[in-house]
Each structure stands twice: as C-alpha cells, then as structure tokens.
Design a protein around this ligand. Structure first.
Ligand code: KIV
Length: 275
C-alpha cells in the first residue's frame, strides 16, 4: 500500500507504529521500500554520512534535489520526505515556499521536512497552503548546532520542556502532518505525543513516539566516525563490506578473479588471425 501524509495520520489514529529510515540513493531506497518501511527521509544528514562534512550546514538545495530524485526513483510504497537544507527556508516565507516547491517538482519528494517550532510556523503554514505536506522537526535540530553549542539532548529543564511542547503544538496548528522529535527525554515525548493529533516520529526520543526513524548507515554499522547513544546496530555491514573488499583485493592480486565464468568468449579462428 502506498504511504502518504494521510496514511501517516491514520496510523496514529489506529495506534499503529510508523517506521522511517533515511536514504540518499536509488539502490538503498529500493531495499528499504521492499522491506516495508513506511517512510524514507532524504535527510540533510547526507552532508555527514555521504559527503563527510562535520555537520549539515553546508548541504545545498542542489544536493537535496539530486539525492531526492534518486530516492524517489527507487521507491514504490514508502512516503518520500526530503529535508529542506540550512538557509533554504530561514530567511523568508517566500524562500520557504519556493524551495519546498523545488524539492517536490525537481526532487520528486512527496513531502518536505524543516526544523524548528514557533519560529517556522508561518513558513509551515504557507508551504501547506501550497499543497505541500510538511513534516516538522523539533528538539535537537542539527541546523542549529552553533546556537545550541553542540549536539545535545533538548528539553531537560522545565523551561525548555515547556518550549518543546509549545513548539510541537505550533507546528501541528500550522498544518504539519507529523513531527520528528530528536534527542528528547522519553517522558517528555510521551506527554507531547499524547497532546498532538499528528504522529510524532522519534530519534533518540524513547518508545512513546508514534513512529521511529534512524539514519540507515548508523543502524547498519556503516558510519564509524561516532555512534549516538540512541542508535541500535541491527547489523555490521561495514565489516561485511570491508571483508568483501579485502577478498577482492587479494583475488585480483593472486590472479583468481576474474575467473572464466566472468569473462567473454571469442571464436578461436578470429583470434588466431590476429597473431
Ligand atoms: O537529516 C536527517 O537524517 C534527519 C533525521 C536525523 C531525523 O533529520
């Protein structure tokens, strides 16, 4: 069944958990889609896990469009949500609508995600008014890493917890169909999830969210720079790949690969005439 912003909202009403993973290319999107995951986020985490940047701030609209288009091509049933990169929506509501439109038209996303609470509510409303579904993102919003002074858990004090609750409600009231809660204490997530009618999608936000999302390289053990506390490694694909690369290296050097079955044939009389 095709997942949409509407089916996401219906899942919450039916008390059914939503699953999401990130993807940045055609082949990975296809595997994730075939596994039955409900949604794929073309995250701006692309900057860190694919392009090797130390944060997400340098990711451009062109990067997001390029990867979003590849993911959309590999996806049949999952809802494709694409991140609006840093400074594609912060300067004005006009920028926000134009750039959200580009991610839909050129990137073939079905929805966009942007970071922030009350301060982006007007932009969320304007994008939704342009018939583009919006996913919110509050808590640890990586595009604000410099303002936060690092990647830190958010909402631990009474004041910041109250702000997160207000931000979640502001994003919902502005028309978002779902909201990501990143690095938020589990008990606060429970409260926020119970007070919203739209689904909460957690990453480092405990079990009480209506859905979960992980960066696929993290859960597959493919990104070795650091592993956040909230990540569960479901496999060690990095090791599997390294072993395969080592075997290939050895076999080429030993003359074992390519074998006859990997080679193409030519008639003997043709080749003899060339000697
Ligand atoms: O960019 C990303 O991958 C994200 C997830 C961590 C939610 O925003």
């Amino acid at each position: 069944m095709k997942n949409t912003s509407i089916t996401f909202k219906e899942s919450k009403q039916r008390n059914e958990k939503i699953t999401m993973l990130t993807a940045y290319d055609y082949s990975t999107a296809k595997v994730i889609d075939e596994a039955g995951i409900n949604g794929i986020l073309v995250g701006d985490s692309l900057g860190m896990v694919c392009l090797g940047y130390e944060d997400t701030l340098s990711v451009t609209m062109e990067d997001m469009i390029h990867h979003s288009r590849a993911v959309a091509k590999g996806t049949k049933n999952a809802l494709v949500v694409t991140d609006m990169p840093f400074m594609s929506y912060q300067a004005s509501v006009y920028d926000a609508v134009i750039n959200a439109g580009r991610l839909i038209k050129e990137g073939r996303a079905q929805a966009v995600k942007l970071e922030g609470g009350k301060e982006v509510a007007e932009s969320v409303r304007a994008i939704v008014n342009a018939s583009i579904p919006v996913m919110g993102h509050i808590g640890l919003t990586p595009q604000s890493v410099n303002a936060f002074g690092g990647f830190k858990v958010q909402g631990k004090s009474e004041e910041t917890a109250k702000k997160l609750l207000e931000d979640a409600k502001a994003v919902e009231e502005a028309g978002a169909f779902a909201v990501v809660l990143e690095c938020v204490p589990a008990k606060l997530t429970k409260l926020i999830s119970s007070q919203l009618s739209i689904p909460t999608i957690g990453i480092g936000a405990g079990v009480h969210c209506d859905g979960q999302i992980l960066v696929y390289q993290d859960m597959l053990g493919l990104f070795s720079d650091f592993t956040p506390k909230f990540v569960k490694k479901y496999s060690n694909v990095g090791e599997v790949m390294k072993n395969a690369f080592k075997s290939y290296d050895q076999e080429v050097k030993d003359g074992v690969f390519p074998a006859e079955i990997h080679s193409f044939k030519i008639d003997e009389d043709v080749i003899e005439k060339l000697y």
